[in-house]
Design a protein. Structure first.
Length: 347
């Protein structure tokens, strides 16, 4: 169904609207049918015609680096990547901007896969093979009972020979091929989205080094990956996620006092008590009582943290000045944080 391909093209066009790196032709929806796709006519030089591109004064190094940047931007910023980027589907404008066509195959990753992939690549180039193995287990790509030390040893035997080459000759794509082949020996399930990404990365690398053989993908990609990771796990990421989830938090915040009261009441009346029959079960009972107490502290602290965050986010009102609202928000948040930490330390 060409409507799906047209929709893919429209999505990519929105993602790259106004970009100096990539142009995606406009789709003419009024003329598009299930078996007919009509899009804007493009003019450009096929990316495989290197001599023709050089004759136009286009920098091959810049063109190669831009291709890598486009790929990583699609994967990590947009989470929607053109998965059929072979030279027949790419053209270049006289100013060096790429033009993409043929949007029948696209890919995307889950947020978890995005993060684990970025961390894997960073750990690989830092030669932290234990972390690479650990990430595979944490992500669920290999079974939870996998021996991390054995997996690390297998990864090391595959990856160390790669580093005998100059960085400009190291292939991300081939690294992923070898890594996933090794992981399959440890019962990694086939991940279609990762296979698609691996294929696309091989296309991009091959194209980039066809244009500029000295292309150093690591130098180009590492700052982008590090910046993306900082955005995902730093204070800005926490603030962004809090703002995004604020409507849900506000929706359920009104129920928190009632739920907390019920939990405290049930605990006080021992309604959660069971009849213990043996000495071993009595010990387990004590542990559960301690856990129940910790849960109460954690829930109380979380409620205060959420209340403080809501006050700071909503700002001053007609009834309360900014200083009071800010002070109350910081006070509640701080007290809540201390209660949560207390619960964690007692666990």
């Amino acid at each position: 169904d060409l409507h799906r391909e047209a929709a893919n093209a429209a999505q990519l066009r929105r993602n790259w609207e106004g970009s100096e790196l990539l142009y995606v032709p406009e789709i003419f929806w009024d003329l598009t049918r299930k078996n007919v796709l009509v899009m804007e006519r493009i003019t450009g030089t096929p990316v495989g015609e290197v001599e023709a591109l050089k004759a136009q004064g286009i920098s091959m190094r810049q063109l190669g680096e831009r291709g890598v940047e486009i790929f990583f931007t699609q994967v990590f910023r947009d989470n929607f990547f053109h998965a059929d980027m072979h030279p027949g589907n790419i053209f270049v404008e006289p100013d060096g901007r790429y033009i993409a066509v043929d949007f029948g195959i696209v890919g995307s990753l889950t947020q978890a896969d995005q993060r684990y992939l970025a961390e894997n690549l960073l750990a690989f180039f830092n030669r932290d093979y234990f972390r690479v193995a650990e990430l595979h287990v944490e992500s669920g790509w290999v079974p939870r009972n996998t021996r991390v030390d054995e997996f690390e040893s297998a990864i090391r035997s595959v990856c160390e020979p790669i580093f005998n080459k100059p960085l400009s000759e190291i292939s991300f794509g081939h690294f992923l091929v070898h890594l996933f082949q090794t992981a399959r020996r440890f019962h990694m399930e086939i991940q279609p989205q990762l296979v698609l990404l691996q294929k696309t990365l091989l296309y991009i690398e091959g194209l980039g080094r066809q244009l500029y053989p000295q292309l150093d993908l690591w130098t180009t990609a590492k700052p982008y990956l590090e910046r993306w990771m900082e955005e995902q796990v730093g204070p800005k990421a926490f603030s962004r996620k809090l703002r995004k989830n604020l409507p849900k938090i506000a929706e359920h915040a009104a129920d928190m006092p009632l739920l907390l009261h019920k939990l405290l009441k049930d605990a006080a009346e021992h309604r959660l008590e069971l009849q213990w029959k043996s000495e071993e079960l009595q010990q387990l009972r004590k542990q559960l009582q301690q856990a129940n107490s910790n849960n109460i502290w954690a829930v109380s602290g979380s409620a205060m943290l959420i209340s403080g965050a809501l006050l700071l986010t909503l700002g001053p009102s007609i009834l309360l000045p900014a200083s009071v609202v800010t002070g109350a928000g910081i006070g509640l948040g701080s007290a809540g944080g201390l209660l949560v930490i207390r619960a964690l330390l007692r666990t």
